[in-house]
Design a protein around this ligand. Structure first.
Ligand code: ADP
Length: 261
């Protein structure tokens, strides 16, 4: 199911001039992000540069002080345009959150629910899908990531890598237009990183549209079509992964890439 050239040029998301301050701490200035269907965008940069805040702004988990986020037409709906410069209503916010699904650094599974319930809760309660359909889909996805036998387990019974694979399945089950990953492997023991990156790589190959905040530069180079390097709340450099990571033009990018490779 690799994306065709035609679908590749279709815009999934356009963010313009995103701005955010926490009190007097200005953390985002004039951030633009463009994501086309089937594209994988890696967001890299030093700690505190604003990467997570950008990611959370794209689905309204963080409300920027200004800027716009526009989602293109999806199967189930038309264009969605949110202007954070005006008051954003609950309905718009819910619509924005429905377009994408987040995979969190610390998995954020519900501790008191089984794996299956963690996955089906959103589709059944929020999206009002038929229970049997949601369960069948969850089982199919669990099988895919090698966790069919963990269906009735609780999160505490799973390794970090297994919990994160459940986190990914939970996001997939929502059938979002866009998957957002917030440092999905940085809480994992080194030996568990590979199994999670492997799943993300497969999703990229299948044509999922994704934005990934990551410190794994080798992985970004391997999987991302485009890399955005942020520092101090601004985009310093962006472009094809190989160019930004191997032949950056900006001094700040050069320093960052050299330090981590
Ligand atoms: P990164 O993901 O690049 O590490 P973040 O987006 O997490 O950066 O953070 C950018 C800046 O915003 C940091 O200075 C951080 O302390 C600040 N920040 C993030 N979230 C909050 C918050 N909820 N309240 C106050 N400051 C925050």
């Amino acid at each position: 199911m690799s994306p065709t050239n035609e679908s590749h040029s279709t815009s999934v998301l356009k963010a313009r001039n995103l701005a955010k301050a926490f009190g007097s701490n200005v953390v985002l200035r004039d951030i633009d992000v463009d994501i086309r269907r089937g594209q994988v965008v890696a967001l890299i940069g030093p700690s505190g540069s604003g990467k997570t805040t950008v990611l959370r702004s794209l689905n309204g988990l963080e409300i920027p002080d200004g800027g716009t986020v526009t989602f293109g037409n999806s199967d189930g709906g038309g264009e969605l345009a949110i202007d954070f410069g005006t008051k954003v209503g609950k309905k718009d916010l819910a619509a924005l959150r429905d377009r994408s699904a987040m995979v969190f650094q610390h998995y954020n599974l519900f501790p008191h629910m089984t794996v299956l319930k963690n996955i089906t809760e959103g589709p059944i309660q929020v999206q009002k899908r038929p229970r049997a359909e949601a369960i069948a889909e969850a089982e199919r996805l669990l099988e895919r990531v090698g966790l069919a036998d963990k269906r009735d387990a609780y999160p505490f019974e799973l390794s970090g890598g297994q919990q994160q694979r459940v986190g990914i399945v939970r996001a997939l089950a929502l059938k979002p237009q866009l998957l957002l990953f917030d440092e999905p492997t940085s809480a994992l023991d080194p030996e568990l990183v590979g199994e999670v990156l492997g799943v993300i790589k497969e999703l990229a190959e299948e044509g999922w549209t994704m934005v990934i905040v990551t410190h794994e530069l080798a992985f970004a180079q391997h999987v991302a079509d485009e890399v955005i390097f942020m520092d101090g709340g601004v985009v310093v450099e962006r472009g094809p992964a190989a160019e930004v990571l191997r032949a950056p033009t900006q001094e700040r990018t050069k320093l960052f890439v050299k330090r981590l490779q």
